[in-house]
Design a protein around this ligand. Structure first.
Ligand code: SPV
Ligand code: MG
Length: 538
């Protein structure tokens, strides 16, 4: 492609680029080729154009530029970074990175930019430079790789004769094109050279200084390719300087934001979309997203002045509110989407990254009205996720939640086997299809009923409020929640569980032992303070 550009009957243009993103922007603007400028690559590294960046550092950048683009790139290879041997190694390394061409200039290593005291810059010995061109051509393994020989005779203050004799020598040595450079603000040196140049060897020019010259003048003179050699870096520096000054002065992003590209545009240039598609193809399908609902609308009796200005869920234990511990534990098992139902002293809630749903009738309604409120607050796609519900005054260890989430059942609840010392009026006691045994983990145990108080029933454990609802069970649960809460606004989650069982749905029992704590009394608050110290999984 680069060779075609050099040989094209039209005047062709290539644009400076100095890193992956500028190369991509150049290609998107329609350029058919790019100039990996030595000035600009060293500039973006923040060093001088004096071979301060090593050639492998330049090569590393070329690799990013090559990966980011499909158009050919010509490296500004300075003097070839050494002698003929460095040159042929450079050519091999460029070929390996799909770089199309290198331009080398007839100066001495380490070079200095042509616009810095050019007249005092010594030129390379012609024969030595021809040897470099030959070594590069002989060393290339891809016949399409191009070597452009840059003549610095005008830059160094020599006349047309020197420029011409060097250009002829380099063409004879096998150069695929001649780059004739000039530091003058008018193109007279270039035009005088073009008037004499009669070889079948294209000429490339860099009108940085003679930028006011109409392009047709160069076209009419027979120039083959124009390099716009440094405008991308200069434009970027201008934009960065203005932006940095404004942000520094205003201590705010407000006025720069509308003037700069969006972060989404950066993602686009980076090809984020392709990665998202590839992830669908190559990553294992993600498990269903889990969303948590925390019922925290109630005030909490029996806690005296602790709940004067906040609900029970916001009482501080171990340095932060109960609800914050709950959020942390959910987060620790990978559940980030949390909907918290508030009611009593709802204004006291200020946890970040939580979705709130308000049950303002908390005094006259039960848990199912709160649950219905939460279900309505969820985004539409929540119907395709797994839900887990728990109470705002129940602390739990990671292990408890992980075990519940690992269950493959459509509906599952955790039940603590260690219930016998519990206040059997407050506790939700359950009867199951089988008692806990050491091999319970191998069996399917189902819920039979749940209610507070023993009253002569068989009891196998205590339910502490954790309910998992898989996607497939959501329609049933949503329907029952609505029906039951309309029938009886004070209905609670145990009423839902019993109704599910009565309707013939299987609610799996996951037996656990400890690793949770409900905060019902002042002594519970004291125990909660050390909850985190009690178990390794807490
Ligand atoms: C470059 O872009 O690094 C060049 C062109 O070599 S010039 O800066 O004009 O020398
Ligand atoms: Mg350069």
């Amino acid at each position: 492609m680069f060779r075609d550009l050099l040989r094209s009957p039209e005047l062709e243009f290539i644009l400076e680029a100095h890193n992956g993103i500028s190369a991509k922007i150049g290609e998107e603007a329609g350029f058919k080729g790019l100039w990996a400028s030595g000035l600009c690559i060293s500039g973006q590294y923040g060093v001088r154009d004096n071979n301060e960046a090593s050639w492998t550092q330049v090569l590393d950048m070329l690799e990013f530029m090559s990966d980011a683009t499909t158009v050919p790139i010509m490296l500004d290879g300075d003097t070839g970074y050494g002698n003929f041997n460095s040159m042929r190694r450079l050519v091999r390394k460029l070929e390996q990175r799909d770089v199309a061409a290198v331009c080398i200039e007839d100066k001495l290593f380490p070079k200095t930019n042509s616009f810095i005291a050019g007249q005092s810059q010594p030129l390379a010995d012609v024969n030595e430079f021809c040897g470099k061109i030959k070594a590069g051509k002989d060393g290339q393994t891809n016949a399409d790789f191009s070597i452009v020989a840059r003549v610095e005779a005008f830059i160094a203050g020599w006349g047309l004769g020197e420029a011409l004799s060097r250009a002829h020598a380099y063409a004879d040595a096998g150069a695929d094109a001649i780059l004739m450079h000039s530091a003058k603000t008018i193109p007279d040196e270039i035009l005088s050279f073009m008037a004499e140049w009669d070889r079948d060897c294209p000429v490339v020019v860099v009108p940085t200084r003679y930028h006011d010259t109409p392009t047709d003048v160069l076209r009419d003179a027979g120039v083959s390719m124009v390099i716009w050699a440094n405008q991308m870096l200069r434009a970027a520096v201008d934009a960065m300087q203005r932006t940095a000054r404004i942000i520094a002065a205003e201590q705010s992003l407000a006025s720069v934001e509308p003037r700069i590209v969006s972060v989404a545009e950066i993602f686009r240039l980076q090809g984020a979309h392709e990665l998202a598609e590839a992830e669908k193809q190559y990553l294992p399908a993600e498990g269903k997203k889990v969303r948590a609902i925390v019922l925290a609308a109630g005030a909490g009796a029996g806690l005296g002045k602790l709940i004067r200005d906040r609900p029970k869920a916001l009482i501080e234990v171990d340095g932060k509110p109960i609800a914050a511990h709950i959020v942390d534990t959910y987060n620790a098992v990978g559940v980030k989407d949390i909907t918290m139902v508030r009611g009593y002293r709802k204004e006291a809630f200020d946890l970040p990254s939580v979705r709130y749903a308000d049950n303002d009738d908390f005094e006259s309604t039960g848990e199912l009205v709160s649950l219905a409120t939460a279900l309505r607050a969820l985004p539409a796609d929540a119907e395709q996720s797994t839900l887990v519900s728990s109470y705002g005054d129940v602390l739990f260890g990671k292990y408890v939640m992980q075990t519940l989430l690992d269950s493959e059942a459509d509906l599952a609840v955790c039940v603590d086997t260690n219930w016998s010392g519990r206040d059997d009026v407050l506790a939700d006691l359950v009867e199951c299809s089988a008692p806990y045994t050491r091999d319970s983990f191998k069996k399917r145990v189902e819920l039979r009923s749940v209610s507070s108080g023993r009253s002569g029933r068989t009891v196998h454990g205590e339910w502490m409020g954790f309910l998992k609802i898989a996607e497939s069970a959501q329609p049933t649960v949503r329907r029952l929640v609505d029906e039951l809460s309309v029938d009886n606004p004070r209905a609670d989650v145990p009423d839902l569980l019993n109704a599910l069982v009565a309707d013939g749905h299987r609610v799996e029992i996951i037996y656990i032992s400890g690793q949770w704590l409900d905060v019902d009394s002042l002594s519970d608050v004291a125990r909660a303070d050390t909850f985190g110290d009690e178990g390794p999984a807490a």
